[in-house]
Design a protein around this ligand. Structure first.
Ligand SMILES: [Zn+2]
Length: 461
């Protein structure tokens, strides 16, 4: 199985190396801003000509905004725009132009309705202040040194790693990985190199292939598994909130930069900014570590993992919930499970957004019309089953996998767009919404018919 995978390592750059990397990142910005200026000028020119009534065929020819077109334009203009271009690798300019080509494509696709998700705005100029410095190398000498503690990149030379690159080096040595590109970027005050690799993974079978686990995600507990296990929510952001508040307060008392009065920031202000950034980076790292450990374990120990299709974007619009939801990383759990179950040879089933996992009884299948948030214990009025609310939901999700398995053995249950079109399943008949299922990444679209806001509330505690 061939996959594209990234390997990221922290770097220990010397001050001199850092200056060279920053120069390359600056060169990327220059190329990006120049090309953006050209595109905008031609677009403005054509718009003006149209208002004069110039025929469509006689307009100034439009500039292409694909990467080859931008590169060609840049190469013919670089002597004038950036006479110093020889000081930087051509990959630096390519980084900037590639970013612009993608931005323009996303914008035009979004306008033409070809792109899902939120609408994408027009590309903006990159400024030193606003942009994360980064440069990507796609050609030239890119390798990991035999000592596994250094990497070699074009122009930058031999860079020391902060950690061992053994995981990637092993794959490179036995020929199961090929480096396609290397990106150097700064993140939270630290430099990283990220290798995009084509990796040959040996297909494997999860330990017990028949094992199924339902995962109910929440804020009170990060996850409740149908096995009865409760994964606590570490709340890393809340843990750090005192330090963050204190640092922010300290920063507010120091002299910040102000472009209106041309005031530069003080060294002390810059120091607190750095301290704040490192606390945020630490929170992000702790969260990432915990999520990876959870999803790897789920994918390795179970053949089938069932999660809900949560409306994370919708929940993030709820001001009271947003911080807590963002601190748990629901969407990230789903994303990681999608590829990790593939790697481990298992499957991920995503329950339809309107599948009543919380309201249905895991014993008899009766569905409650209402279930208040405060009810932490589920009590069935039909069969008197009493159990923890989240465990009940997890059991319902696990049961869904069995229904899917039965269903798949029979007939095709998904239509062309992946939407569910099967008849009600026995045992779950009193459901307003049918227990629709779809394989991960192909969740069917169902017209919203209530229940959505309620669902947000259900996940709140
Ligand atoms: Zn019941």
């Amino acid at each position: 199985m061939n996959t594209i995978q990234a390997y990221r390592f922290a770097l220990d750059l010397t001050p001199r190396q850092e200056r060279v990397v920053l120069a390359h990142a600056g060169a990327a910005r220059v190329a990006h801003n120049w090309a953006l200026g050209q595109i905008k000028a031609v677009m403005g020119q054509r718009a003006a000509e149209r208002t004069y009534g110039v025929a469509e065929a006689d307009l100034t020819p439009a500039t292409g905004w694909t990467l080859p077109a931008l590169r060609k334009a840049w190469n013919s203009a670089k002597d004038e725009v950036a006479p110093w271009w020889r000081e930087c690798s051509k990959e630096a300019f390519n980084t900037g132009l590639d970013g612009l080509a993608r931005a323009m494509k996303n914008w035009s696709d979004s306008r033409g309705g070809k792109r899902a998700g939120r609408s994408v705005g027009f590309a903006r100029r990159k400024t030193k202040r606003r942009t994360t410095p980064s440069v990507r190398f796609t050609t030239g000498a890119i390798r990991v040194e035999p000592d596994r503690k250094h990497v070699v990149l074009p122009r930058l030379g031999r860079l020391a790693l902060h950690e061992s690159a053994r995981k990637l080096a092993r794959r490179l040595d036995n020929g199961t990985a090929r480096i396609m590109s290397a990106t150097v970027r700064r993140d939270g005050g630290r430099w990283y190199v990220s290798f995009t690799c084509e990796v040959q993974r040996t297909p494997c079978v999860p330990a017990p292939p028949a094992s199924t686990v339902g995962v109910d995600l929440g804020v009170k507990h990060l996850a409740v598994l149908s096995t009865g296990e409760v994964v606590a929510n570490p709340r890393h952001l809340a843990q750090a909130s005192r330090r963050l508040r204190r640092l922010a307060r300290r920063q507010s008392r120091r002299i910040s930069p102000d472009w209106r009065v041309r005031r530069a920031e003080s060294k002390r202000w810059e120091g607190t900014r750095r301290a704040l950034a490192s606390v945020h980076a630490r929170v992000a790292h702790l969260r990432r570590d915990g999520l990876h450990k959870l999803t790897t374990r789920l994918a390795r120990e179970h053949g089938t993992v069932v999660v809900e299709d949560l409306n994370v974007a919708g929940m993030l619009r709820n001001r009271k919930l947003a911080r807590h939801i963002a601190d748990t990383g629901f969407a990230e759990i789903r994303r990681q499970l999608t590829y990790k179950t593939q790697w481990s040879g298992g499957q991920l089933i995503v329950a339809n957004r309107w599948y009543p996992s919380s309201k249905a009884c895991s014993g008899c299948g009766a569905v409650k019309a209402k279930l208040a948030l405060s009810e932490r214990t589920y009590t069935c009025t039909t069969c008197d089953l009493t159990l923890d609310r989240d465990l009940n939901a997890a059991l319902n999700l696990a049961a869904l996998a069995r229904n899917v398995a039965d269903d798949r053995s029979g007939r095709e249950s998904l239509n062309g767009r992946g939407a569910d079109r099967k008849t009600p399943l026995a045992g779950l008949v009193a459901v307003k919404r049918l227990p629709g299922t779809a394989p991960a990444g192909q969740t069917g679209t169902v017209p919203p018919q209530g229940g959505a806001t309620d669902r947000v509330r259900t996940k709140a505690h």
